[in-house]
Structure formats: C-alpha cells, structure tokens
Write a protein that binds this ligand. Structure first.
Ligand code: CUA
Length: 366
C-alpha cells in the first residue's frame, strides 16, 4: 500500500513537513513585504534608487494615519479574541485531560446553558458592530467624492509601466515623480488625485501617505493625502499589470509651499534652446521619438510615453529603473530592452554618434 501511495506521487510525512516549513517561510516573507511595502528594486546601473524603506506603520499623512489607527484597533480586538479563545482551549486541555483511572468513568454530562449560549452570541455581535462602525467611519473620512476647496488637484494616469501626472491648474505634465506641497496649519493644502488608466488595472500606493487605490480603465477613482512633513516618499504600482509591474515605481516629493511654488515655476518655464545641441534636437525631431514623447519647444507631442519636458528635473528614468544620469540615458536610448525588458519603447537602432547627439540634447532639458 505504501509503495502504491508513493508511486502515485504521495510524499512522505518528512518531506511534507519540509514543504510546509518552506511554505510558511515564504508566507512569512510575503507578509513582511506586504506590511512594509518594501520597494526593493535596484537600478541596473548607477547608485541604488532606494535608500529607505517605505513603512506603512510610519504614516506622515492624514489618510495613512487613520488607516494605521484602524488597523491597530482591529489588531487589538482580534488579538484579545485570540488570547481568550486560545487561553480557554489551553485551560480546558490541561484541566480536563485524561488521568489514570478515568478509563471506566464517564465525564459529567451537561445539556446546554442558556447563559453561556447568550454570552457567545451577544459578545461576538457587539464586536462585529464595533468593527463595522469603526471601519465605516474611517471609510467615510477617507473617501471624498469631491476635492476640498484648498486642494491641489492632480490627474494620475497609469500606463504600462509608468505614471503620468497632469496638473491642470498649472498646465504641467510630468512622469513618475509626483511633486506636492506640504500642508501647514495656516494654509492647509491637501492633494487630491484623480486616478485613471489608459490600459490595464494598476494600483497607486505610497504607504506612508495613503492607502492603496486601484487605477482602473474607464473609471475615475480618487485619493487624497495631506502631510506637514516635506520629504521623499516611495511607493509603487500595487496591482500586477504585466511584465514590468515591479518597475512601475512611484516617488512623491513633498515640498514646503515656497519650494513647491519654485518647482511649478521651473516646470512652466519654456526650455532654453541651447544652440550647441541643435543637431541632437533636430535628430530627435526627425526620429520616431516624437510619436510617443512630448517635449516643449519642439514638434514632439506624443502621449504614449512620458513627456520629456524638463526631463533633467527628474531623479530617475524608466519609472525608477535607474538614476537619471547621462550614462544611463545613453544606455536606455541605445536599447531600453536591456534595462527594462518588455518596456514599450523599442530599440531605435541609432548609431552611437546619433545616441550621443540626442543625449546631449536631452540633458539640456532642465
Ligand atoms: Cu502598474 Cu502594476
């Protein structure tokens, strides 16, 4: 029988235990990753993009703090239930275990208890009502259908595999790096995001700023954040959206109101036309680049790929796959597929001197 069982592919108890241990290890690892929202990607070249872990237990924004508080309340209640139930089970197992001489005796037979039955019905109902009310209140506080009056509004568009950020108020379009103002007690300035997708379902998640919200085609979801703490906050697409889902990273820069105003002015300013890179600019405009990319001051107005206007004001390229350095730009243009396999940008088959000319032009876009 044993032989038949193993022949049929049944595993021994020992190997089942090893498999179980491995599965538990994987599960624990996955749980840690989910809890901390670790963005672990390292760029192909250049220094690591991420020098900090994005921890949802260290919120700096109102919605993220509310979600953390609710999570702790639920954890405390569930922990209490676990301790009570586990404690009663352990007590019963020890207190009423079989003792020598018990073999021929029947335990006392008890038929029902109205008090106990009422207790284990009413207490769970109260617990469920408390959890429901606390959750409903948090959802109600977080789900604003309309932006608050003082809010900065940004339209976020998910693409495979990068983020487009439109600031209709300022006529700015940028990519992958979202810049927002900090909110101060004197001048509250929340940021209200309209979330859209042009292709598949993505999910916008910056753990320290807000809960994750799906970004779905043919639908407009909303999300808001409000923080008093300037800094860089990392996030990433949190819904599997294809080959390069893991390289659909988010960087949110929270600026003081003055710094944010400066950033807006820089983004609105026309690009300086540098005479020495005219050859690169011409080549760029004569190449298929312009079908997918926009660049202010040129004929390029494509929307399939990220806008290249003020490209050098961004710290990363390829939605966080590498630091934005001339060397990385050169490697990217020579063949994007080596840096980000599957990316929608093809190898343009440019000669080395052509790549150099275009990079020389691109690094003037400040
Ligand atoms: Cu976009 Cu995953």
């Amino acid at each position: 029988m044993d032989r038949i069982a193993s022949a049929a592919g049944f595993r021994s108890a020992a190997s089942r235990r090893r498999g179980l241990a491995k599965a538990m290890g994987l599960l624990a690892g996955a749980a840690v990753l989910c809890a901390t929202g670790v963005a672990m990607a390292e760029p192909t070249t250049g220094r690591p993009v991420f020098d900090q872990v994005s921890n949802m237990f260290q919120p700096v924004s109102v919605p993220a703090a509310k979600i953390r508080d609710l999570a702790f309340l639920v954890l405390a209640i569930c922990g209490g239930i676990f301790v009570v139930v586990g404690g009663l089970i352990a007590y019963t197992l020890i207190r009423f275990r079989a003792r020598p001489g018990d073999e021929h005796r029947e335990p006392p037979q008890v038929y029902g208890s109205s008090n106990i039955e009422a207790a284990w019905t009413i207490v769970p109902v109260i617990i469920v009502v408390v959890l429901f009310l606390a959750t409903a209140r948090t959802i109600n506080e977080l789900e604003l259908k309309e932006p608050p009056e003082s809010a900065l509004q940004v339209t976020v568009v998910g693409h495979r595999w990068w983020w487009e950020f439109q600031y209709p108020e300022y006529g700015i379009v940028t990519a992958n790096e979202l810049h927002v103002p900090a909110s101060t007690p004197d001048a509250p300035r929340p940021t209200f995001l309209w979330l859209e997708s042009v292709d598949v379902a993505h999910s916008f998640w910056v753990p320290r700023l807000a809960g994750k919200t799906d970004v779905i085609p043919n639908r407009r979801n909303t999300l808001w954040l409000e923080t008093a703490q300037p800094g860089l906050y990392l996030g990433q697409c949190a819904e599997y959206c294809g080959t390069q889902h893991a390289h659909m990273l988010l960087r949110v820069y929270v600026h003081t109101p003055e710094d944010f105003a400066r950033w807006v002015e820089e983004q609105k300013a026309p690009e300086a036309e540098v005479a020495s890179v005219a050859a690169g600019r011409d080549l760029f405009q004569r190449t298929a680049c312009i079908n997918c990319h926009a660049a202010s001051g040129t004929v390029a107005d494509g929307t399939f790929g990220p806008s290249l206007s003020h490209l050098m004001s961004r710290e990363t390229i390829g939605a966080g796959v590498a630091m934005n350095t001339p060397d990385n730009l050169r490697a990217w243009i020579r063949d994007p597929q080596t840096m980000k396999p599957g990316v929608r940008m093809p190898d343009m088959k440019l000669a080395d001197h052509e790549v150099d000319a275009i990079v020389d032009y691109l690094v003037t876009l400040r």
